[in-house]
Ligand binder design. Structure first.
Ligand SMILES: [Ca+2]
Length: 394
C-alpha cells in the first residue's frame, strides 16, 4: 500500500523532534510532504531553526546508516515552510501575565535545551535566507526543500495539488497555521482527509494552567475553528464533516520514558556513530532534572510522539466521539477543552426537546464531534521502548 501522505504542523520543541524522527523513520507507512512551523514552544524562527537542525541531523543519520548495517532511512526530502508568529486573534497566552524570565522552560532557551550552543555549525547562520532569497546559498538545503510561501499557503498548495481527501494534517503545536489556511480558502482546506491534533485535556487537568493544555492554550480561537470542522454544521456549509482526532493529555501524560530507557537505546547507537541518537540523548537527558523538580517523577512525557504513533498503529487505538469545545473567552479557563459531563439524555438528530438547551449541548445535530483518543492498547508506561524501537529499528 502507498504510504499515507501527511503534513506535520509543528513547534520544535524536544518532543516534536522525537515525533518527527518517528514519522521520518517510517517512510513505508508515512510520506511527510510538508513540515510547517508555528509559534508555540518558542518563537517561530527559533522553531524553524530547530527543525532545520533536526533535518540536518537526520541527513547525517541517513548517510551514517548507509555506511553501517543499521536499517536505512528512506524518507524523501520534505518541504519546510515557516508559519505564524502569533495566534490568530490576540497575543494572549504566554505573554499575558508577567513571567519569570530567569527560569527557562522544559525545552530550554533555544527549544532544544541548548543543543545549538554545544553544536555550532549544524545550522547555517543564514539559514533563513533559504526561505526568502531568490538565490539561496547552495549546500544549506541538502536535507529539506525550503518553501518561500508562508506555511498556511504551502498547506493550501499541498491540498490543492494532491487528490481530495488524500492528506492527513497532524498538528503538534497550536493550530494557528491551520486556522489561517481555513480562513483563506475553506474549499481547498476542506480537501483534507483528517486532522489529528495533539492537544487538550478532556477529563484531565491542564498543563499550562489548571484548565488548559499548552497547544490549545497557545491559540484557543484557532483550535475552536478546527474543532468546528468536525461538526454536522460544517456539512451544512457544503463541505461535509472533516474528521478531527484529538490526542489529549489524558493519554499523553502517561505515555512516558525514563532516562534509563533513553540511555539503553541511545548509548550503544552513539558508540556506533549515530548522529540522531546523540541529538536525542543530549536534548532529553538535560530535561530529566527539570521534569523531576516540576512533577516529582523523572519521566519524559511523549505528547507529540504518541500522536504520530497513533497514525502508525490505527489498529491499536481506541477513540471516543465527543462534543469537545474550546473555551475562547475565559479568564482562568481560556484554552480549556470542555465536554458536557451532566449526564443528561441527548436528542437524536432532528429531534426537539421540551426544555431549552443552552449552548446546544443536547442537540444531536449541532456541536463538535471530535474523536478523542482514549486508549492505545497497552500499558502507557511501556511506551518508551516501543517508541525508540520504531525510531531506530534495531
Ligand atoms: Ca509540539
Amino acid at each position: 500500500m502507498a504510504p499515507q501522505k501527511i503534513i506535520i504542523d509543528t513547534d520544535p520543541g524536544i518532543d516534536d523532534v522525537l515525533a518527527i524522527s518517528l514519522a521520518l523513520s517510517n517512510a513505508e507507512a508515512l510520506e511527510v510532504l510538508l513540515l510547517a512551523t508555528t509559534q508555540g514552544n518558542i518563537d517561530v524562527n527559533a522553531c524553524t531553526k530547530n527543525l532545520v537542525l533536526l533535518m540536518n541531523v537526520l541527513q547525517q543519520e541517513k548517510e551514517a546508516r548507509e555506511r553501517s548495517n543499521l536499517p536505512k532511512l528512506t524518507f524523501q526530502k520534505p518541504i519546510i515552510a515557516i508559519g505564524a508568529d502569533k495566534p490568530i486573534i490576540k497575543t494572549h497566552g504566554h505573554g499575558e501575565f508577567e513571567e519569570d524570565d530567569e527560569l527557562e522552560g522544559y525545552h530550554g532557551v533555544d527549544g532544544l535545551n541548548g543543543f545549538h550552543s554545544r553544536n555550532p555549525g549544524l545550522v547555517a547562520d543564514d539559514f533563513l535566507l533559504d526561505f526568502t532569497s531568490e538565490d539561496r546559498p547552495e549546500g544549506n538545503t541538502k536535507a529539506y526543500i525550503p518553501s518561500r510561501l508562508p506555511a498556511h499557503d504551502e498547506i493550501l498548495r499541498q491540498l490543492r495539488d494532491n487528490e481530495p481527501k488524500s492528506i492527513i494534517i497532524v498538528a503538534l503545536g497550536p493550530c494557528t497555521n491551520l486556522a489561517l489556511a481555513l480562513a483563506k480558502d475553506p474549499e481547498t482546506f476542506n480537501r483534507v482527509s483528517k486532522i489529528i491534533i495533539m492537544g487538550g485535556a478532556v477529563r484531565h487537568a491542564g498543563n499550562m494552567t489548571p484548565a488548559a493544555e499548552f497547544n490549545i492554550y497557545g491559540d484557543p480561537d484557532a483550535a475552536e475553528r478546527i474543532f468546528n470542522l468536525s461538526s454536522p454544521s460544517n456539512d451544512r456549509k457544503g463541505y461535509g464533516r472533516v474528521p478531527v482526532g484529538l490526542v489529549p493529555l489524558d493519554q499523553t501524560n502517561y505515555h512516558t520514558f525514563s532516562l534509563e530507557t533513553l540511555k539503553e537505546f541511545t548509548d550503544p547507537l552513539i558508540a556506533s556513530g549515530s548522529p540522531l541518537a546523540r541529538l536525542l540523548n543530549d536534548v532529553f537527558s538535560r530535561s530529566f532534572d527539570k521534569i523531576a523538580s516540576h512533577s516529582g517523577k523523572a519521566l519524559a512525557q511523549c505528547h507529540d510522539p504518541l500522536t504520530i504513533y497513533a497514525l502508525l498503529h490505527p489498529e491499536l487505538m481506541s477513540w471516543e466521539s465527543l462534543d469537545v469545545r474550546v473555551e475562547t473567552n475565559g479568564i482562568w479557563t481560556r484554552g480549556q477543552t470542555l465536554i458536557d459531563t451532566r449526564n443528561l439524555p441527548r436528542w437524536k438528530p432532528g429531534e426537539k426537546g421540551k426544555v431549552r438547551d443552552n449552548g446546544n449541548w443536547l442537540h444531536g445535530d449541532t456541536g463538535n464531534q471530535v474523536d478523542v483518543l482514549v486508549g492505545t492498547g497497552d500499558e502507557p508506561s511501556a511506551f518508551g521502548p516501543k517508541l525508540f524501537k520504531e525510531i531506530f529499528r534495531p
